[in-house]
Design a protein around this ligand. Structure first.
Ligand code: HEC
Length: 417
């Protein structure tokens, strides 16, 4: 019948016009390269984005978080330090995602969509050489953020050289992030004994001064994904040393038991260079109440030749900006700049090439805080003067540089006025 043929023609014309609109075929590769590192089973995001059904279910939310630049959560500003695995959507990719959602999240021809090659196993770097875990299950109190440190001893009777650390949250519904610290002199055991229940309360750091003998070990901060250190470089956990897992529980609406595990990937090399996390610290600031844009900076002089492999900037809830620059023989070299600090999205950022900073270079660290009522994350009501400290209400301004140094000396960095 004629009218059927006409209708069919009209429909196929519409289809041709619509073909400019993306279908899942165009969307899948974007999700694979920008989202699935976290949005996969057993990982930190609360749901997977592996299949068409996943993406279609979350379509409206995807549009919102992409539009508001909430996802993917990558914090360093482009042009300040060159990092590996930068996770930022291009304008074209963003547009594809938005147009796809606006078009009703069409599947298109399923035969044209390729399966993602994202690993869906538990450990994203493959089976670890060693898995350590919390000694007993912990159940955080419901309805509030809970920062808890758990101590795990080096399971070997010798030093271990670690090339990568990954974390497998026991209860993904409530674990928001895990940062690993290293305790070389037993301070964490005293803190553990002083508190009832598994582990002890800690916020931001391991509960003792992170500027002294403890070091970072790496971690599973939600802003970045774990990676192997380059061949020949590893972090040493001394014999008798302890690993501290700092777990941020976020049991909103429900709680439950958690036993989080840590996977250690050991180095096979016998002649590794040791990576140390050296804190560049400003612990002398005083942030006045009501100030929405308080800045404090300091400059230190490095006494060693440094090769910087990665960097972990750290502030608490009032933090808004953090910036690290080195001056190498009059030349300024930017190490990192985050202009929209969010305690929720911390990470180790690995340089594409290790950054060489010769002895005598200046390293400048500057931080900006918002201690006003207008800061929705401000934990203090009424407002207070804020100084350096370990508590949720205290602040920090520190950048850990993951470095290899050419001497065995471990002197503190000297602060210049
Ligand atoms: C580094 C890990 C990571 C990456 C990469 C990532 N996400 Fe997420 N995403 C999370 C986590 C964790 C959450 C849980 C919310 C939170 O903790 O704030 C989340 C939450 C979400 C939500 C729900 C947010 C809400 O407000 O309801 C959406 C939608 C989402 N992600 C989409 C995406 C998309 C799309 C991409 C890629 C373009 C992406 N994510 C990349 C970790 C990630």
């Amino acid at each position: 019948m004629l009218w059927v043929r006409i209708l069919a023609t009209v429909l196929s014309l519409t289809a041709i016009q619509l073909s400019a609109q993306p279908t899942y075929k165009e969307v899948a590769p974007i999700l694979e390269s920008h989202c699935q590192s976290c949005h996969r089973p057993n990982d930190i995001a609360p749901f997977a984005l592996l299949s068409y059904d996943d993406a279609a279910t979350w379509a409206e939310d995807i549009k919102r978080v992409v539009n508001e630049k909430i996802m993917p959560p990558w914090k360093p500003v482009a042009g300040y330090g060159e990092f590996k695995d930068v996770n930022v959507l291009s304008d074209a990719e963003k547009q594809t995602l938005m147009s796809w959602v606006d078009a009703g999240a069409p599947l298109g021809d399923p035969a044209e969509t390729t399966e993602p090659s994202t690993p869906t196993g538990e450990w994203r770097l493959g089976e670890p050489d060693m898995v350590v875990k919390m000694a007993e299950a912990y159940m955080p109190p419901r309805g509030q953020d809970d920062y808890r440190c758990f101590v795990v001893s080096n399971p070997f009777d010798r030093a271990m050289n670690v090339r990568a650390v990954d974390v497998l949250p026991g209860n993904r519904q409530i674990v928001h992030h895990v940062i690993m610290f290293l305790d070389t002199n037993g301070q964490s055991l005293k803190l553990d004994e002083a508190e009832d229940g598994p582990g002890y309360t800690c916020f931001g750091g391991p509960g003792f001064p992170i500027t002294s003998l403890s070091f970072m070990l790496g971690g599973w901060a939600p802003g970045t994904v774990p990676k192997f250190l380059p061949d020949g470089v590893s972090v040493q956990i001394p014999r008798g040393g302890r690993l501290i897992m700092q777990v941020h529980y976020f049991p909103v609406g429900r709680t439950g038991e958690d036993v989080t595990k840590v996977g250690l990937y050991l180095s096979k090399g016998t002649n590794d260079r040791q990576l140390l996390y050296i804190p560049v610290v400003n612990d002398t600031f005083t942030i006045p109440p009501g100030n929405a844009n308080y800045e404090d900076a300091l400059t230190t002089l490095t006494p060693f030749d440094l090769k910087v492999y990665n960097i972990f900037p750290h502030m608490h809830l009032l933090g808004r900006k953090i910036k690290v620059d080195a001056t190498v023989k009059q030349d300024d070299k930017s190490l990192i700049y985050i202009d929209d600090w969010d305690f929720k999205w911390q990470g180790f950022y690995d340089y594409k090439e290790p950054q060489t900073i010769p002895a005598g270079s200046r390293i400048k660290l500057s931080c900006v805080w918002d201690n006003s009522e207008g800061n929705p994350r401000n934990p203090n009501n009424p407002l207070k003067t804020i100084k350096w400290g370990e508590g949720t209400q205290d602040e920090m301004c520190v950048a850990f540089l993951g470095v290899v140094i050419d001497t065995n000396l471990r002197l503190p960095f000297r602060v210049l006025k």
